[in-house]
Design a protein around this ligand. Structure first.
Ligand code: NDP
Length: 245
């Protein structure tokens, strides 16, 4: 059951389903009060919150499109008011809009970069100030193996995830002296709504011969958010069943 109450909380963007929901549950099980952010899945986010509360944890739903103007300020201020200042930020919200580069529309390029990368930057920028003042904080960015390995049809998504990995390293170095760590987790093929349309052969290249479970990604995030991971920063932890090996 959850550890004793903490004086900061965790924000999981896109926590209403898939990997984000599993991360919210895992952090709550470690005693973090959790803000479960969602964009459209209000009912799903409430269900995640109810489940955490029923298990003895603490959580609130936090509505908002992370890519909307002013979202970083609004989400963090709202969470500070409802729970506590954010001590763990998990930038998980992500979208894809696939097309071969020659057919990729500006709108789909911009939407994916804004949601997956720019929003994560703005949330991190807003959150690290308080973390630095408290001399403690954790930022975990959910990247992807596609950030390091080609995946035709995903130039926008790959650029956003490669950008996240680069951003992770640089901000990690900027804040390392202040007790704040910044890391990325790069999942491979995880069974969620995002991958349900993938062709049947998609698992052929995965040495483990199966899709990962959201809980297997969440376990890595939970570790990186813990005190045990205090000396790990600027790294990308790959969770892919050997796909990129
Ligand atoms: P899902 O599509 O299952 O869930 C996406 C989540 O992100 C939902 O909770 C959704 O909220 C939320 N979201 C999307 N856009 C926004 C937004 N603008 N503002 C706030 N929330 C938003 O995705 P996964 O769980 O599969 O993926 C989670 C993360 O993991 C993503 O960053 C993805 O790129 C990454 N990833 C996933 C892999 C996989 O195989 N599944 C592999 C590698 C990386 P709502 O439903 O409320 O709209």
């Amino acid at each position: 059951m959850p550890e004793p109450a903490r004086d900061t909380c965790a924000l999981v963007t896109g926590g209403s389903r898939g990997i984000g929901a599993a991360i919210a549950r895992a952090l709550a099980a470690d005693g973090w009060p959790v803000g479960v952010n969602f964009r459209s899945g209000e009912e799903a986010a409430h269900a995640v919150v109810d489940e955490i509360v029923a298990a003895g944890g603490s959580a609130v739903p936090i509505a908002g499109d992370v890519a909307a103007p002013g979202a970083a300020e609004r989400l963090l201020a709202e969470l500070e008011q409802q729970l506590a200042p954010v001590g763990v930020l998990v930038n998980n919200a992500g979208v894809h809009a696939d097309a071969l580069a020659m057919q990729l529309e500006d709108e789909d390029w911009d939407r994916v970069i804004e949601t997956n990368l720019s929003a994560a930057f703005r949330l991190t920028r807003r959150a690290v100030g308080g973390m630095i003042r408290r001399r403690h904080g954790r930022v975990v960015n959910i990247a992807s193996v596609v950030g390091t390995k080609a995946n035709p049809g995903q130039a926008n998504y790959a650029a956003s995830k490669a950008g996240l990995i680069g951003m992770t390293k640089t901000i990690a170095v900027e804040v390392a002296r202040r007790g704040v760590t910044v890391n990325a987790v790069a999942p491979g093929f995880i069974a969620t709504d995002m991958t349900e349309d993938l062709a049947g052969g998609a698992l052929d290249d995965v040495p483990a011969r199966r899709a990962g479970r959201p809980e297997e990604v969440a376990a890595s995030v939970r570790f990186l958010a813990s005190d045990e991971a205090a000396y790990i920063t600027g790294t990308t932890l790959v969770v892919d069943g050997g796909l990129s090996a």
